[in-house]
Design a binder for this molecule. Structure first.
Ligand SMILES: [Zn+2]
Length: 253
């Protein structure tokens, strides 16, 4: 399909401009005018770009792109990433918060459903004019004990999790903000949830968690953010018969 048509579809489906974001979301680097194969990755790092070149993809879709709020100089590793994309005609499309928030293919909603919870309301104000949130509060039909819940989470994430457990032993209502959501912990206090799942831990919140008797589970910034790009790629494969490859470069963080 035409790259311009795919970009137009993605911008509309993800409502790319509706959520304030430090990431420059949308098409970041222009490449071939025709897309026959997609690549998806969490990070627009050199490894993902090299894998995209080797796999012959025409558009690489990532969660963490190359361009954020501050301008970067195209020198060193920044230059090499852009050079490899341009030399191989690969389009780079980035969806950061729009792919956290999204009710169907967003990191938070997909992770919640994989755990058997249904997103009920938003969690974590984004600053969007319409009040949409970054993450979600999700509920299960029946409560699940903490130990099997942790086992389930580790198996869904394919990784060990760090669990700071000072709260209830029965889990029915959870808040999720994938990636770097530790800064939202003060808001978890008034959210009335049994556990909070985010990606990356922050030392300064350990005692806060303990003293406020919360359950906070850190599933890894990388691992919790693989769901959105994969769900989006599956959606595009179904809708436009575009084959895709997932380039997996975990950071352990
Ligand atoms: Zn992230």
């Amino acid at each position: 399909m035409k790259t311009s048509e795919l970009i137009q579809y993605l911008d509309a489906y993800l409502e790319i401009n509706k959520i304030p974001d430090a990431s420059q979301n949308g098409l970041q680097v222009e490449g071939k005018v025709e897309v026959k194969k997609l690549g998806v990755a969490v990070d627009a790092c050199q490894d993902s770009i090299a894998a995209a070149v080797a796999a012959g993809v025409d558009l690489l879709l990532v969660h963490h792109g190359l361009f954020w709020d501050k301008p970067v100089r195209l020198v060193g590793s920044e230059f090499r990433r852009v050079q490899a994309l341009i030399a191989n005609g690969i389009n780079l499309y980035t969806a950061h918060l729009p792919l956290d928030w999204h009710p169907q293919v967003g990191n938070n909603a997909v992770l919640a459903r994989k755990l058997g919870f249904e997103p009920a309301t938003g969690f974590g104000a984004s600053g969007a004019a319409d009040g949409r949130c970054i993450g979600c509060i999700a509920e299960a039909q029946t409560s699940i004990a903490l130990a099997p819940f942790l086992k389930l989470l580790a198996s869904v994430l394919h990784a060990d999790v760090r669990a700071d457990l000072f709260g209830t032993h029965q889990i029915k209502r959870i808040a999720i903000v994938t990636g770097g959501g530790a800064f939202l912990l003060p808001h978890v206090l008034c959210a009335g949830v049994d556990a909070y799942i985010t990606g990356e831990p922050k030392h300064s919140y350990f005692h806060f968690t303990k003293e406020n008797k919360l359950n906070v589970i850190y599933g890894g910034h990388y691992e919790t953010e693989t769901f959105g790009v994969l769900a989006l790629a599956e959606h595009l494969q179904q809708k436009f018969q575009l084959p895709f490859e997932f380039f997996h470069f975990p950071t352990g963080l």
